[in-house]
Every structure is written in C-alpha cells, then in structure tokens.
Design a protein around this ligand. Structure first.
Ligand code: TRP
Length: 342
C-alpha cells in the first residue's frame, strides 16, 4: 500500500525551544515511518522578519542537525531547504492570484506581527502578508494529506485548504486538500512563569523558556522555579483554566514520556507538586543531554549535512515539478516547445 504524504515546515533558528519539540518536532519523528514525510526548513518564511545575513544560512544547518538529533531518519524522510526548491516561490505567485486580500488580512499571525511594535513595526513588509500563500504552496506542491503543526498554525492551514478547494473547483482535482494534525495535549506549551502565554523563544523573560541546546544546570534551575498552583491541598490534575501551571507541567511530562494526561493524573494522585517537578526534571535533563550530545557531534559534520540537503532538494524539485506542470497547464500558460523548462 502506498503511504500518504505528510508535510511540515520549521523556521531556521538555532534556539528552538522545548515547546517547539513537544508541539511539532516530536510529531514529525513519531509519524516518520507511517507516512511519506517531507520536511522543509523554511528560510524564505524566516526573512519576513529581519535576519542577520551571516547567521541565516548557518541557522538552517543548525536546525537540520537539531532535527536529526531529535530522531529524524534522513534515509527515510525528505528534508530540504525551502530556497533550494524554486517551485515553492513559483507556485506562490500563481496561488496569490487565487487568494483574496480580505482573507489574508484576517490572519491573526499577520495582525500580531504587524501591530507588535516591539518586533516589527518598521518592517511590515508584503512578505509578512503573503506568508500564508507561500505556506499553502509548500504544502500543496507535494499532494500532502497530513500536516502536523502546532496550535498557532491552524488558521494558516485552514486557508491552505480553502485555496486548494477554490483552485480545484475551477480546474478539477489538481491539489490534494490537506488535513492538519494537532496533538490533543502539548500542541501549545506555555511559559514556565506565566503559564497563560505561549512559551516563546523571544520572551523578554528568558526564565519562561527552555531551549533545546541550553546548559543543563540552567534548565534544572528554570524548572525548579516554574509556577505550580496555590491550592491547598495540592491536586495534580489537568485544568487549563483554573490550574494553568500544573496543566502546563503535565503537558510537558506527557509530551516527553508519551504517557497520556489521564494516566499521569492517576499516577500522581495524592502526590505533591515537588514530586511532579522532580519527575519532569529527571526526564527533561535525560532527553536534553542525549539530544545535545548527538547535536554537537552532528553539527560538525557539515559535508554530511550538505549531502542530506542536496539529496532532499533534488527529490523535492522533481516531485514539485509534477504538480507545478499541471498548474501551468490548467491555467493555460504556454510551455516552451522543449517541454516543461523555465
Ligand atoms: N508557518 C510555520 C510555522 O511558523 C512554518 C511553515 C512554513 C509550515 N511552511 C509550512 C508548517 C508548511 C507546516 C506546513 O510554524
């Protein structure tokens, strides 16, 4: 039986967080043998925010090494850099002619990034506005059935589905309409000290965030200081509204141990918060130590990393061409008489 295709993307950044791991990367690893997985390091999306030119390329390699250290098998999945496959940008222009200003203007990520004056006020560029169309192109080029994403990307995925449906209803079944997969727990890991907001690498207070490559002593320290709850007697149960701190800790533990929240609640019945924290500290430090050891070995093997990327891009380009060629045809663009070469 042929496997369905799963596609996802991640921005190149060396400082990925525990939230990125539990919310996204962990799912990528989990499904890698059940689906035909295509994973993309989205450097073109990254430049919608200001980037340091001497760091950007290096960061793509950092992320690749991190993904491999988290357990992705490069012999089994296709991993590549978005800018190495020009079809993404080509399809993006075409799809932009089938996307509406009004629907893009409603995207909350655009609203956040264009109004958050601390981050981006002097750089509200059109790329930021078109971001979801490039994302739709990433996904639709590969006839993707499943897109594992974090909670914050759901709205973009709904837009991708809408664009695919709209195009298909005009031209026939050109694109597979993708479903998304957001895990029930852990798709949104919250800040350690302010568990009502998402864990974010750009948090002003770095004690809110755990980085995958962070020094282990510092990780232990942050976890020790994380917020629990003040109810007496203490109860370890999942209740996002009334017990955000404990719920977040349970999500972290569930994400790392792959034990369901309800089983965790049972096993911590009658126990103290400190026991929950200690268990998390034990598991986080075990996982991060292992991951970091692999990362620092792999990151030095640049020839190996480049080889994975060139293999990935080659496969991606030839697959992407199949879809792009169909799109050219149905729109009615003239191909040269030597075939589909541009
Ligand atoms: N926008 C996604 C994020 O910031 C990254 C991304 C780009 C992506 N293209 C994608 C995710 C395609 C899934 C599918 O997390």
């Amino acid at each position: 039986m042929t496997k369905l295709t799963a596609f996802s993307g991640i921005q190149p950044s060396g400082d990925l967080t525990l939230g990125n791991y539990i919310g996204a990367i962990r799912q990528w690893v989990k499904i890698q043998y059940d689906y035909r997985c295509i994973y993309c390091i989205v450097d073109l999306h990254a430049i919608t925010m200001c980037q340091n030119a001497t760091q950007l390329g290096k960061r793509s390699l950092d992320v690749l090494a991190l993904l491999l250290s988290c357990g992705l098998d490069p012999d089994n999945v296709i991993i590549f850099i978005q800018s190495h496959v020009p079809q993404h940008v080509q399809l993006s222009w075409l799809l932009s002619c089938y996307s509406y200003f009004g629907e893009l203007r409603r995207m909350t990520q655009f609203k956040d990034k264009s109004t958050n004056f601390l981050n981006n006020s002097n750089n509200i560029n059109v790329g930021l506005f078109n971001y979801p169309i490039l994302m739709a192109s990433d996904i639709l080029l590969y006839q993707t059935s499943l897109v594992p994403i974090g909670d914050d990307q759901k709205q973009h995925l709904e837009l991708s589905r809408r664009i695919a449906d709209r195009f298909n209803s005009l031209y026939g079944r050109i694109f597979t309409v993708p479903d998304f997969y957001v895990p029930k727990f852990g798709s949104r890991i919250m800040s350690l000290l302010e568990p009502c907001k998402k864990m974010s690498k750009s948090d002003f207070n770095q004690k809110n965030v755990i980085f995958l490559l962070e020094d282990i002593d510092s990780v232990v320290n942050k976890l020790n200081c994380s917020i629990t709850d003040s109810d007496d007697p203490p109860v370890i149960s999942y209740d996002k509204i009334n017990k955000p701190g404990i719920s977040n800790l349970l999500s972290i533990l569930s994400g790392l141990s792959e034990v369901g929240i309800y089983d965790l609640e049972l096993s911590f019945k009658g126990k103290k918060y400190i026991q929950l924290k200690n268990k998390i500290i034990e598991l986080v430090t075990y996982k991060l130590k292992k991951l970091q050891k692999r990362y620092f070995l792999l990151r030095r093997e640049e020839d190996y990393l480049y080889e994975i990327l060139s293999r990935g891009a080659e496969k991606a380009r030839s697959e992407a061409d199949v879809t792009l060629s169909k799109v050219y045809d149905v729109i009615g663009l003239l191909k040269s008489n030597t075939g589909f070469k541009y």
